[in-house]
Design a protein around this ligand. Structure first.
Ligand code: AMP
Ligand code: MG
Length: 318
């Protein structure tokens, strides 16, 4: 079904469309989100359909203020409290026991819910004007790289959603860090801009899980699906100087100097820039008809862990 997508810069207009049961894409500091009010069951269905998202992949519920955590979660343990105090609002999602008011269509039948309070001022104003908390996955077609600009959202979802609230490009460019605080031991489920090192300063007992284990865990169903993949194939490399170009239509992204003869490249000066530019570069490569993208794998430290994770998934290796 093709629908009219309202393009707007007005937070009030976007919130009014959401509040009348619409599906609305909006900017956040991580990536653009595709929102539906958790009190609008039809909108939630429409959201899964627009993205082509499997219904067993739960949605993160977004709130405009820390005070709203209690509207979404049934229980906040001490570790979760500490993480909220340190990192909310910001690029962190906590998995908590769900409040009965959150429908199972949002949590994919789980008794837990992912909760995030974004820091982006436009997102916060939008969420403040929303009549209920807003379930929002990334605003891209399922499987493709997340959208980090309104133009990328438009490319994927125009004609499939009710409204696109235009904002600036996402400053982080990688999806939120996810920590499961619903059990006795907090577990890092997805790396993001809040690094494992930062989390451990506040809650030292946080553990990580191997990807193979994550796939089996019904607790984090989304991790089993392919993610972030451009049409071009991804080749991961640690020693850029040894790249032997076999294709004329090759591209490169990383922090080292690009290999000789590369058609398109992006050299990033910092890990922050690498994270911010990654998905936009993947999309640019597809527009340019690139066959292979060589990506330099950063080390596992700090933000490198999140970039590595996205690169491995894009390459189909995780
Ligand atoms: P996206 O919004 O597209 O970044 O995807 C949201 C991610 O959050 C998915 O990988 C989900 O598996 C994960 N997620 C959301 N809610 C939960 C939950 N209750 N338990 C575990 N993982 C969750
Ligand atoms: Mg996503």
């Amino acid at each position: 079904m093709i629908m009219q997508t309202t393009l707007t810069d007005s937070v009030e207009e976007a919130a009014a469309i959401l509040n009348s049961g619409g599906v609305v894409a909006f900017p956040t500091e991580t990536v653009y989100g595709l929102g539906a009010g958790i009190c609008h069951s039809e909108a939630l269905l429409k959201l899964f359909r627009a993205k082509g998202r499997p219904s067993d992949n739960p949605l993160i519920v977004h709130i405009g203020s820390i005070g709203q955590v209690a509207e979404v979660a049934a229980e906040v343990n001490v570790q979760a409290e500490r993480l909220i105090e340190s990192f909310f609002p910001g690029p962190l999602t906590l998995v908590l026991k769900k409040n009965p008011s959150v429908p199972y269509s949002v949590t994919a039948g789980l008794e837990t819910v992912g909760v995030r309070c974004p820091a982006n001022p436009i997102a916060r104003e939008f969420l403040r004007l929303a009549c209920c908390p807003v379930a929002a996955p990334s605003a891209n077609l399922s499987g493709l790289p997340s959208a980090t600009s309104w133009e990328a959202v438009y490319e994927d979802l125009a004609g499939k959603i009710d409204c696109l609230l235009r904002g600036k490009p996402s400053t982080i460019g990688l999806e939120s860090t996810i920590v499961d605080c619903s059990g006795t031991k907090p577990i890092l489920l997805r790396a993001g801009a809040i690094t494992l090192e930062q989390l451990r300063e506040v809650v030292p007992e946080i553990t990580t899980i191997a990807v193979s284990e994550a796939e089996e865990r019904p607790k984090c169903p989304g991790l089993k699906y392919p993610h972030y993949a451009p049409r071009a194939s991804i080749v991961l490399c640690t020693e850029v100087e040894k790249i032997d170009l076999k294709e004329s239509s090759a591209a490169y992204i990383g922090m080292s100097e690009p290999p000789q003869g590369i058609f398109l490249h992006k050299v990033c000066l910092t890990l922050e820039e690498y994270g911010r530019e990654l998905f936009g570069f993947f999309r640019l490569c597809d527009t340019e008809g690139i066959g292979v993208i060589y990506c330099e794998l950063p080390s596992d430290e700090g933000l490198g862990r999140a970039i590595r994770d996205r690169l491995m998934r894009a390459a189909g290796l995780a």
